[in-house]
Design a protein around this ligand. Structure first.
Ligand code: NCD
Length: 359
């Protein structure tokens, strides 16, 4: 196994041609978590461990003594937040998670303020960041770029970890981690995520959170996945191939109200019209059929949960927020705990956190 992931032997072109599962293996570093690029890097054991650790951090953070302890864990590390696409929750929760563990943070959120405006390549930008930081957390409109940067850094003298905080229409693995953590907690007393039915609704073709979560859910036994979308925005064939390979039961449809009563979790998403080929293309679709209104609460199972990665537009009426089954605001906060657990895992401070019995 390679030391720094995607070692010298493979060119970027060779790596890019491989399937996601094979690529995930290439990025392993002595079998431990280093780069976080693809949902395919996470198995059941790691998902369980991250969930337990996130909850532990959540409890420790309740007291001043606990926060002081957490802040001492990574006070020698610096994180670079390189977000060239808009972000509220992902940026803030990574920022908060870093600070919770005592990490210093530096950021570029607009390439007009960095040397990219002078024509510097993203490779050279990332390499520059790696001179000052111990991890780069990056969001970009370019699918696969985080992987390319991880590959590039593995050929340098400072191969620091890269965390994908959203890459084009492709993947958003840490959003999927917080979604799984929310599902773990929601179904804690109902046998966990195994054997549940998850209904995805909205723009499934271009929604990277759905693509990463559909993949993560293959780690659970007997999970059925239902995909409801306008035909033009249905889930991609590549995801269905992954589900087929994992023996997952799934159904595709466009009748939201018919599928809703069968779901233990409903995952609403917004239309990703920033990817429209022609201006206004998405507006021609009958999107009202894929919105969740007050009347849909009656169709939901009593124990089901309503999720959304946010930001929302009209997909969920604000009147629904007060229902105890609406968990999207809990998802936001869970993002901070799970990202702190992830950083603790990458930087090897899980042991002290596990053993903390503080005040
Ligand atoms: C999502 C994203 O950026 O993919 N937002 C998020 O990180 N919670 C979803 C979206 O933008 O629709």
């Amino acid at each position: 196994m390679s030391k720094t992931g995607a070692e010298e032997s493979l060119t970027w072109e060779e790596l890019r041609e491989m399937g996601p599962r094979e690529r995930a293996r290439e990025f392993e570093v002595y079998g431990r978590l280093f780069h976080v690029l693809l949902a395919q890097q996470f198995d059941r054991a790691l998902l369980d461990e991250l969930g337990v650790q996130a909850t532990r951090i959540r409890h420790i953070a309740k007291s001043k003594a606990g926060m002081d302890f957490l802040r001492s864990q990574l006070s020698h590390k610096t994180a670079m937040l390189y977000f060239t696409q808009p972000s509220s929750r992902t940026f803030l929760s990574f920022h908060s998670a870093c600070q919770m563990l005592g990490m210093k943070t530096v950021e570029v959120r607009d390439t007009a303020t960095s040397s990219e405006i002078k024509g510097e390549t993203q490779e050279d930008s990332i390499r520059t960041f790696s001179s000052f930081a111990d991890v780069v957390i990056m969001r970009t409109a370019v699918g696969g770029l985080a992987e390319k940067m991880a590959w590039m850094l593995s050929h340098t003298e400072r191969p620091i970890p890269i965390i994908n905080a959203g890459s084009g229409k492709d993947q958003h693995p840490t959003q999927a981690l917080l979604d799984v953590y929310t599902l773990q907690r929601s179904f804690e007393k109902r046998g966990g995520i195994d054997n549940k039915t998850v209904l995805f609704v909205g723009d499934l073709a271009r929604g990277r959170t759905v693509r990463s979560l559909a993949q993560l859910l293959t780690n659970y036994r007997g999970v059925r996945q239902l995909f409801v979308a306008p035909p033009q925005l249905q889930i991609g064939a590549d995801i269905l191939e992954l589900l087929d390979a994992a023996g997952v039961q799934y159904e595709l449809g466009d009748d939201f109200e018919a599928m809703l009563p069968r779901a233990d979790a409903i995952y609403m998403t917004r239309i990703q019209d920033e990817w429209d080929q022609q201006a206004g293309e998405s507006r021609q679709l009958d999107l009202a059929r894929y919105n969740f209104g007050v009347r849909h609460l009656k169709l939901m199972l009593p124990h089901a949960v309503l999720m959304h990665p946010l930001p929302r537009r009209q997909e969920i009426a604000t009147e629904v927020d007060g229902d105890s089954r609406a968990v999207y605001w809990r998802q936001v906060r869970n993002g901070m705990w799970v990202r702190a657990a992830l950083l603790a895992r990458i930087f090897n401070c899980c042991g002290p956190i596990r053993e903390f019995h503080g005040a």
